[in-house]
Design a protein. Structure first.
Ligand code: FE2
Ligand code: FE2
Length: 435
């Protein structure tokens, strides 16, 4: 009897050990390796440099980009570039509760690229590679070009919840429109996002933003490079993890300010309203304007929180700081156009100089309409007038830049023209500054 009991006990122990093993397999045994969310990021010198980023479901041992200037991308002859930065995407309980998968970020920096060249690439984690995508580098010679500008792509759909995942109808529609516009007009070179990508930069939101971002890819797999602005919904670590800008953002989420030299005489300055607008950033702004305005016919500036808001309180501290610190430099160096977001409306101000409407002033457009539900703006403010637009409408802006003239058009969600106007290049003359 005793022997029989011992035998049963041993058998039960073995059975429970086997059951335990079966119930808790190691994660990597269970998860299928997938690569997803391809994107191309432009920072300072897009004629020779780009960052390619992606997500994978396992960390992998070998993360790399295969790229070349030939469409069929031969694995043996293509350039292989290892990623510069990889890691596990931070997840909190709410992310797990929402059911988004654990995932890993990867970023590779491509240098010494040729200008005006189509690069074909696939991103790979171990032996799992994406399909072949392509992007076009910026030119090193003058040529007409266009870029898309817009912000506030969180939420969307008929019954948005706080989590911002239902059902994202407008965001998806705008993204499909961006793909269509890029297919129709090859001169569109970049997508300048003005910030507030999602409700938070946690994974339960960013995951779906990246899923939807794939809708901007054209039928021939062209990816429009992103020029990233930080908004007030990008305070979580997920922004730094997933929108890595090389040394501009290395371990430092306050550092998202830089100048993108799009063509030899056309630049876009990106500023960060989510950190001090004075201090280092103000020094940076003055330095780039002083050093680069004279050689650029066109100097655009994008940032998230507006100087001249269409919706929110004009006297709010952040908006006041934009006016106090940055606007005097915009006016001193005569920037071409200011691109703003955050309000959730469509706006174009009258030209503004020294706190007054002035035909020699700067026009401020934007306020954010890439999917977020739109608010009611206040058209009675002093900086709106007969040449303005101020409405509650989803939209994006297309800025088409020629030698001495640029066309700025707001497109609605049906690709309908909501407002269009031209601005003229004002070559900056050093001797014309009053110090
Ligand atoms: Fe915002
Ligand atoms: Fe927003």
């Amino acid at each position: 009897m005793k022997i029989q009991s011992k035998f049963i006990l041993v058998f039960c122990c073995l059975l429970s050990l086997y059951s335990c093993k079966k119930e808790k397999p190691s994660q990597s045994d269970d998860i299928k390796l997938q690569v997803m969310h391809p994107r191309v990021i432009w920072t300072e010198k897009p004629s020779e440099h780009a960052i390619i980023s992606w997500t994978s479901t396992l960390l992998g041992k070998d993360n790399y980009v295969l790229y070349d200037t030939v469409a069929n991308l031969n694995n043996d002859s293509a350039f292989k570039l290892n990623s510069s930065k990889d890691g596990k995407i931070f997840m909190r309980k709410m992310d797990y509760d929402e059911g988004v998968p654990e995932a890993f970020y990867h970023h590779a920096e491509l240098n010494n690229l040729k200008p005006s060249t189509t690069y074909y690439f696939k991103n790979c984690t171990d032996n799992s590679c994406s399909e072949i995508y392509n992007f076009i580098t910026a030119p090193d010679k003058e040529q007409p070009y266009a870029f898309i500008s817009g912000g506030d792509s969180r939420l969307g759909g008929e019954k948005p919840r706080f989590a911002g995942r239902t059902p994202l109808v407008e965001r998806k529609k705008i993204n499909k429109m961006i793909a269509k516009m890029t297919e129709e007009d090859a001169s569109i070179m970049a997508f300048a996002h003005g910030g507030d990508y999602c409700t938070t930069a946690d994974w339960r939101h960013l995951y779906y933003w990246f899923e939807d971002h794939a809708l901007t890819i054209t039928k021939d797999n062209r990816i429009l490079p992103l020029i990233i602005t930080r908004g007030n919904h990008e305070h979580e670590i997920g922004f730094l993890e997933n929108f890595w800008l090389g040394e501009i953002s290395n371990e430092y989420s306050d550092g998202y300010f830089f100048m993108t030299q799009i063509t030899p005489s056309s630049a876009l300055i990106t500023l960060n309203t989510e950190t001090s607008m004075a201090g280092d950033q103000l020094e940076f702004l003055e330095e780039v304007l002083e050093g680069h305005r004279a050689k650029n016919n066109w100097m655009f500036v994008q940032y998230h929180k507006p100087a001249y808001p269409a919706v929110k309180d004009y006297d709010s501290e952040d908006f006041y700081h934009v006016r106090k610190y940055w606007v005097p430099l915009f006016e001193k160096y005569k920037i071409s156009l200011a691109l703003e977001s955050d309000g959730h409306a469509l706006k174009k101000t009258m030209p503004i100089l020294n706190g007054k409407v002035d035909k020699n002033g700067i026009i401020y457009v934007g306020e954010g309409g890439l999917g977020v539900p739109q608010r009611d703006p206040d058209p009675s403010r002093w900086y709106f007038g007969k040449e303005s637009i101020v409405e509650s409408k989803h939209h994006l802006w297309k800025v088409s830049v020629y030698d001495s003239i640029a066309n700025v058009t707001a497109f609605g969600i049906e690709q309908d023209t909501l407002h269009t106007f031209n601005i003229h290049a004002k070559p900056f003359l050093v001797e014309s500054i009053d110090n």
